[in-house]
Write a protein that binds this ligand. Structure first.
Ligand code: ATP
Ligand code: MG
Length: 567
């Protein structure tokens, strides 16, 4: 049992549901759904909605959660997205069992409902053009005007609607509209369109239909058909709720779910909108939907984020009534917290600097014991080879060290992790460029394991690899995808892409890793000591050409922010 089971989260939605169950509303049943539109890959915002809907179903006795694809808009939907969405939900750790539905499964029933509305005098066929409809709709300050087709008889409407379905009219010639109130302060109630003619191939129904229901009509009725008790959606649908209720009341359906809105998850330095993510993909700002910089679940998975870390973020940010933006550092904190517990420790050098141990015999090598995970004795120890020629990190040496730089410099002694104390005696430079080529050092054989018998101390411990034994690798360092906390354009003519961070990815091709990493499998995650967490890429890595992605650094920005903001 994890923390979620032992202390279920509470929030205003769960309070409502608990009260409903207590009052035996819906016979005490709790049925939720997650209704993605298959027009892109899921992002971490969707994870919030998934955790909420599937989480609630788990918490209440007999509760269930449906997965329903809202595939009413055929032009934008693709089978690829359907499959990726299923993969992502399963990966997050949720299961719809046999409750997989498609709004398109209800096209026949939705059509019947539409006829019913017409027969009840609550819908009419309108033959204004799209532009005219917009014009007639009015503005925020001006009420709309009634359509000249508002008064068509039930018979005429039925006849026209049936002929719309039969393909007698061109796209856009007519629409079906609800007859509500053109003067309503709520735009959604100004005779909204319920059906439109569109000759577009649908990924499931093919060319069977040339009329398609609008979201507002299909959504509430799909919920009702499935016996959903609580229809949870994000805040932008608040103004659609009166229409949701109007349609269900107008049709006197058996099940009238309660729509409850919650705040979307927003995160700094990224965008959570499929439309914008699609722009990043199609305009080549990233390599694809699963680029490790993307806030998509597939991108995060490839980057090395675990489902536990993402679910943890969703829980920590709780469910609120008002929109807010979560610090990216909190997500990274969740990732670190999780990986700290499970990622084995290894050593790798990203920007190698050669070190020659002059008093270590040529041709000799030894195996030193290293601890895989200091936090978990169960993970045991491994052997790392040590020899006369090593690599250390370029950053760990300075010829003229400033005051607080305690790592290696000429004349100074430092510890090599799990190995020996070494001292730098000479710096060898390229005659022409003056670039440092290698360091000449000596080691103290008495300090094996990292401690001096005479008790002398050193101020730094460096990671390293044996030059001869190490394996080459490419390592990709990832930074925030945007340079602005909230990447919305301020100036006209600009858009969010102007804030894409040109330094969001840095590729290091000459890295050297300890030989144990030759056994790593794609998707495995390690802590490279002192550097961060790194995941063997599932797409680009080959056994003889390893590619690691930096999941997250070790630096805990969040702890600093926490201190500053006192949260
Ligand atoms: P996007 O704006 O990214 O396209 P969407 O809302 O159009 O998102 P849908 O596929 O319609 O995407 O969303 C499925 C469900 O996920 C909806 O119920 C929606 O409210 C919810 N959802 C989408 N984005 C977020 C988010 N950032 N935070 C919480 N819930 C979200
Ligand atoms: Mg949507």
């Amino acid at each position: 049992m994890d923390a979620l089971d032992s202390s279920p989260p509470t929030d205003f939605i769960r309070n409502i549901i608990t009260a409903d169950v207590k009052a035996n509303k819906n016979d005490g049943r709790v049925v939720t759904r997650f209704p993605p539109e298959p027009n892109g890959y899921l992002h971490v915002g969707h994870a919030k909605a998934i955790s909420l809907n599937f989480g609630i179903a788990q918490e209440y006795k007999g509760g269930t959660c449906n997965l329903r694809f809202d595939d009413t808009n055929p032009a934008k939907e693709e089978v690829e997205y359907v499959e990726s969405i299923k993969d992502d939900i399963r990966w997050l750790g949720f299961d719809w069992e046999n409750r997989l539905y498609y709004a398109s499964d209800y096209f026949e029933r939705l059509y019947d409902y539409a006829e019913q509305l017409i027969k009840r005098g609550k819908a009419y066929v309108c033959s204004l053009s799209a532009d005219e409809i917009r014009e007639y709709r009015g503005t925020l300050t001006k009420p709309g005007k009634e359509s000249p087709f508002h008064g068509r008889s039930v018979e005429e409407n039925l006849d026209l609607f049936r002929n719309m379905k039969a393909g007698q009219f061109k796209d856009g010639a007519h629409v079906l509209r609800a007859k509500i109130d053109m003067a309503s302060p709520n735009f959604n109630m100004r005779d909204p369109t319920l059906y439109r003619i569109r000759r577009v191939h649908h990924h499931r129904t093919g060319d069977q239909w040339c009329i398609y229901p609008m979201y507002d009509f299909a959504h509430c009725l799909s919920d009702s058909i499935e016996g959903i008790t609580h229809s949870l959606c994000s805040l932008e649908f608040e103004n659609n709720r009166p229409l949701y209720d109007w349609i269900l009341d107008a049709l006197e359906v058996e099940c009238h779910p309660q729509q409850i809105e919650f705040a979307r998850l927003n995160i700094t330095y990224t965008v959570l909108s499929k439309r914008k993510l699609n722009t990043l993909v199609t305009q080549g700002y990233v390599d694809g939907w699963d680029d490790p910089r993307m806030p998509t679940l597939s991108g995060m998975r490839r980057r090395g984020f675990s489902p536990e870390a993402i679910r943890n973020l969703c829980e920590r940010t709780s469910v609120a009534k008002r929109d807010s933006t979560v610090d990216m550092a909190l997500l990274e904190y969740c990732v670190r917290e999780d990986l700290n517990k499970r990622a084995p420790r290894v050593m790798g050098v990203l920007r190698p600097l050669r070190v020659v141990i002059e008093n270590y015999p040529v041709g000799q090598a030894e195996e030193l014991e290293a601890i895989n995970n200091p936090g978990d004795a169960g993970m045991g120890i491994r052997k790392v080879p040590f020899s006369r020629e090593l690599y250390i990190e370029q950053d760990d040496f300075l010829e003229e060290p400033p005051k607080k730089f305690f790592r290696l410099s000429p004349g100074r002694e430092v510890r090599l992790r799990y190995a020996y104390f070494i001292k730098c005696n000479e710096v060898i430079k390229d005659d022409r460029t003056g670039e440092i080529k290698e360091l000449r050092c000596t080691y103290d054989p008495e300090t094996k394991g990292g401690a001096a018998p005479d008790g002398r101390k050193v101020k730094a411990t460096l990671h390293w690899v044996s030059a001869k034994h190490s394996i080459p690798a490419t390592v990709r360092l990832y930074n925030y995808l945007f340079t602005k906390e909230v990447p919305v354009a301020e100036k006209e003519g600009q858009d969010f892409t102007s804030y894409v961070n040109p330094g969001s990815r840095e590729i290091l091709k000459a890295c050297r890793l300890e030989p144990s990493l030759a056994q790593a499998e794609p998707g495995n995650i390690f802590q490279f000591e002192r550097l961060g967490y790194f995941c063997l890429d599932t797409v680009d890595s080959k056994p003889d050409k390893l590619v690691f992605n930096r999941t997250v650094t070790l630096r805990d920005e969040w702890a600093k922010i926490k201190k500053r903001k006192k949260v």
